[in-house]
Design a binder for this molecule. Structure first.
Ligand SMILES: NC(=O)c1ccc[n+]([C@@H]2O[C@H](COP(=O)([O-])OP(=O)(O)OC[C@H]3O[C@@H](n4cnc5c(N)ncnc54)[C@H](OP(=O)(O)O)[C@@H]3O)[C@@H](O)[C@H]2O)c1
Length: 277
């Protein structure tokens, strides 16, 4: 039995599918999950990890722990980890920010506290530290759909964003195969791409012209505050505007673990073209 939290999100949805496809028994957890959200045979448990969780299996080989939404900033790491401490292994989705932005409350310190809670839990563990997700481009979907435009800051600053399906594939390996005990994997895409290049890839994927408008940092921040807390917006803007050399570097870990290169952004855009069409 493998428990997957964040099971309806970008990473968790694919992870549930991969694990069931490999024949594993899966329990899928999120606050609003219903049986309609998961493949047949998967046990769906609606639970808020911020509160005592009911309905989890008494025993499991491993759990994929995703600290979603506000939980990362507001949750008590030891309390969130505790219901899973007697499982065989915890695979935590953390953030590269733990090493590149250690002083940031959101990307550094909050995730470092979850990593520590997992390491202190007494069970085996694996930590996944991804950089920025390709799926952050969903924020452009409404303007691409409505007017074939993308407005973004730092159009020519490149980052090797990672396909969430690659994170899910690495997580599946860490949950089910040997060789990941007490390992920390840093996960990036195969090459840096700029916002301009990502907008062009989306245009190619939908077969339409998409115009790119440069935003100032302040304009972007005002938009981001509508759906994320200020510390998250500020550190995110620091990363996409003035990335450190490590944030711009391509990590070898995805290829080492999966035996194939990480997926290019253009492939993510083609697979998700319907969101922008
Ligand atoms: N985006 C990036 O660039 C980036 C980079 C590094 C790390 N990360 C980290 O990656 C994670 C996001 O992954 P994602 O994109 O796959 O997630 P996502 O698409 O944002 O989905 C979040 C998932 O978590 C569930 N969830 C949220 N709050 C919950 C709670 N209190 N209790 C139980 N379930 C909860 C959501 O379902 P319900 O709403 O039904 O609960 C959903 O299944 C976050 O921890 C983020 O900090 C992101």
């Amino acid at each position: 039995m493998i428990v997957v939290t964040g099971a309806t999100g970008n990473v968790g949805r694919t992870l549930v599918r991969l694990l069931t496809g490999q024949g594993h028994e899966v329990t899928a957890v999120s606050r609003r999950i219903t049986p309609a959200d998961v493949p047949p045979g998967v046990h769906a448990v609606a639970a808020d990890l911020a509160r005592p969780v009911a309905g989890l299996p008494a025993a499991a080989d491993a759990v994929f722990l995703l600290v979603g939404g506000d939980l990362m900033m507001t949750g008590d790491p030891a309390a969130v980890v505790a219901p899973f401490a007697h499982y065989g292994r915890i695979v935590l989705l953390s953030s590269q920010g733990v090493v590149t932005r250690p002083d940031s409350l959101s990307h550094g310190r909050a995730f470092a506290a979850y990593e520590q809670a997992v390491m202190d839990s007494g069970t085996d563990w694996t930590i996944l530290r991804p950089g920025g997700f390709a799926s952050n481009a969903y924020a452009w979907a409404p303007s691409v759909k409505a007017g074939r435009t993308v407005a973004a800051p730092f159009g020519d600053v490149g980052l090797p964003v990672i396909d969430p399906d690659d994170i899910a594939a690495v997580a599946a390996a860490a949950l089910t195969r040997p060789g990941h005990s007490k390992a920390v994997h840093e996960l990036t895409g195969p090459a840096p791409t700029t916002p301009l290049q990502r907008a062009a890839a989306i245009a190619d994927a939908i077969g339409e012209q998409v115009a790119f408008t440069d935003q100032t940092r302040e304009e972007a921040r005002a938009q981001m505050l509508a759906f994320m807390p200020a510390p998250v917006a500020d550190t995110t803007l620091d990363i996409i505007g003035t990335p450190t050399p490590r944030e711009q570097a391509v990590s070898p870990d995805v290829e080492k673990i999966l035996g194939r290169p990480a997926t290019p952004f253009a492939d993510w855009a083609r697979r998700n073209a319907a969101a922008f069409a």
